[in-house]
Write a new protein. Structure first.
Length: 168
């Protein structure tokens, strides 16, 4: 059994907020925007805001989480920041734990984050979290560390884990 999943960041709750920001900036641009004493500086700052918000929009459009489980192990990547596949052989993985996430839960949020174990209240543990959907995630335990991957297909993910974990 081979498991593949691609989760684009543009299908999250935060993407409409970025679009609203872009819409507001567009309305400012069309209406002529500014009645400042120094219009040149106002237009320069407007251009910078437009550039930054456009960059944020492009980032949201291109970020995604790709997960793959096959006979060699678990692999994932998250372009444009983690472009190469992170590969973990089945021998390196000790366990997987199903988590419930949400936009504001302790595991929640969206995107890449270096998290602390707030649920256990122990402070920063250096656990990377790749969260591209709210609802469910899986904590992958390795021999010396752990990380969290979100998933939209929980049953298939855990079934693939059970299928490959039989030999370990």
């Amino acid at each position: 059994m081979v498991y593949n999943e691609i989760q684009p960041l543009k299908k999250t709750w935060a993407f409409p907020l970025v679009l609203l920001l872009q819409l507001g900036i567009g309305i400012l641009a069309v209406s002529g925007g500014f009645s400042a004493d120094q219009p040149v500086q106002a237009w320069i700052s407007f251009g910078l805001v437009l550039l930054l918000s456009g960059g944020l929009l492009l980032l949201f459009l291109h970020m995604r989480l790709e997960i793959r489980m096959d006979p060699s192990g678990l692999q994932f990547r998250s372009p444009p920041f983690v472009n190469s596949w992170r590969k973990y052989r089945w021998e390196e993985i000790t366990d997987m734990q199903l988590l419930s996430t949400g936009p504001f839960n302790w595991v929640g949020g969206t995107g890449l984050r270096l998290g602390g174990s707030l649920g256990i209240r122990r402070g920063w543990n250096g656990e990377w979290r790749y969260l591209f959907s709210s609802g469910n995630a899986v904590r992958v335990f390795l021999k010396d560390r752990s990380f969290v991957l979100s998933t939209r297909r929980t049953k298939e993910f855990m079934a693939a884990w059970e299928a490959w974990n039989v030999g370990n």
